[in-house]
Design a binder for this molecule. Structure first.
Ligand code: PMP
Length: 345
């Protein structure tokens, strides 16, 4: 066949997608031995990658949840405010990033979530926060969890980079699993765009963890009513690829090895860029480059400096100073370091 497509089934899927894919996706994010899965308290529906999963979850909440405000980190992925606003939620922000340390503003986060009205929804990046690359430590996650549960704030996790932060799928799901382990409710949007390289196939899943199995089945029937008029049913091909890999232990192992190699390469690029700046004596503390995690580094360069680097060095990045470490190689690091050095001196 011209497109080398071996899966010949082109029928419609059910509204919630491939059942096996949903099961395997839940297992991947919550863990093979998750009590919530065992107790049938989780409902998972296949959606159009991470974005579609966020949108379906948000539409469901706008229709059925008693609080319509979602708190998103400041800054966050540029699409978040639009997705949630168009779904009918009202968007507010909580402090997350401290530009002076280029690290976490944990005190600000606790204060803002602490003063959010009880029951509000809170968007959390499961790992590898985009665009900052700054993640809470496990101790900080535990503090966030305690605060949120004490105020009945509803966690909505965006998991777009599982496996990309640490190189380990379980480690990168730790934040979510802490919230699920306490028996409380939680929403999770999963994307396979990055970790399986299936960007254009639009493969993702929305899981809703409920307190009881009968609630989960009611939630599922309401999710169907959200999905049906939005896109009827999801596409078949990408989800079949994911299910094939997740259920075969050899392929799964091969995938985890490749994921680790990708994550390690990114970590090594961080180290090389940091060393290159240090070798040039570039003014400033660049340790955030090695402290941050995931695909992106929030360099701290301002829009003027970014513009200078584009004009003089033909280096193209977002004007907020974010660079994709995945786009770097040992060959290009010296050029980037020269440009940063020139921009800040
Ligand atoms: N969330 C975050 C934080 C992201 O960075 C992205 C992709 N850039 C997504 C969700 C969604 O991506 P997709 O819809 O391609 O899965």
């Amino acid at each position: 066949m011209l497109l080398n497509d071996k899966s010949r089934v082109k029928e419609y899927l059910p509204i919630v997608g491939i059942a096996e894919f949903n099961k395997l996706s839940a297992k991947l994010i919550f863990g093979a031995d998750s009590p919530a899965i065992r107790e049938n308290r989780v409902t998972t529906v296949q959606c159009l990658s991470g974005t579609g999963s966020l949108r379906v979850g948000a539409e469901f909440l706008a229709r059925h949840y008693h609080q319509k405000t979602i708190y998103i980190p400041q800054p966050t992925w540029g699409n978040h405010p639009k997705v949630f606003t168009l779904a009918g939620l009202s968007v507010k922000t909580y402090r997350y990033y401290d530009p002076t340390t280029r690290g976490m503003n944990f005190q600000g986060l606790l204060e803002d979530l602490g003063s959010a009205p009880s029951g509000s929804i809170v968007l959390l990046h499961a790992c590898a926060h985009n665009p900052t690359g700054v993640d809470p430590t496990l101790q900080q996650w535990e503090q966030i969890r305690q605060l949120m549960r004490s105020k009945a704030l509803l966690p909505f996790f965006d998991s777009a980079y599982q496996g990309f932060a640490s190189g380990n799928l379980d480690e990168d799901a730790q934040s979510i699993r802490m919230f699920v382990a306490d028996g409380g409710e939680c929403f999770v949007a999963q994307s396979y765009a990055k970790n399986m390289g299936l960007y254009g196939e639009r493969v993702g899943a929305l899981s809703v963890v409920c307190r009881a199995a009968d609630v989960a089945s009611k939630v599922e029937s309401q999710l169907k009513l959200v999905i049906r008029p939005m896109f009827s049913n999801p596409p078949i091909h990408g989800a079949s690829i994911v299910a094939t890999i997740l259920k075969d232990s050899n392929m799964f192992n091969e995938w985890t090895i490749e994921l680790k190699a990708m994550a390690d390469r990114i970590i090594s690029m961080r180290k090389q860029l940091f060393d290159a700046l240090r070798a040039r004596g570039t003014p400033g503390d660049w340790s955030h480059i090695i402290k941050q995690i995931g695909m992106f580094t929030f360099t701290g360069l301002n829009s003027k400096q970014v513009e200078f680097m584009t004009r003089e060095y033909h280096i193209y990045m977002t004007s907020d100073g974010r660079i994709s470490m995945a786009g770097l190689s040992s060959k290009t690091v010296p050029h980037l370091a020269d440009a940063i050095h020139a921009a800040v001196t």
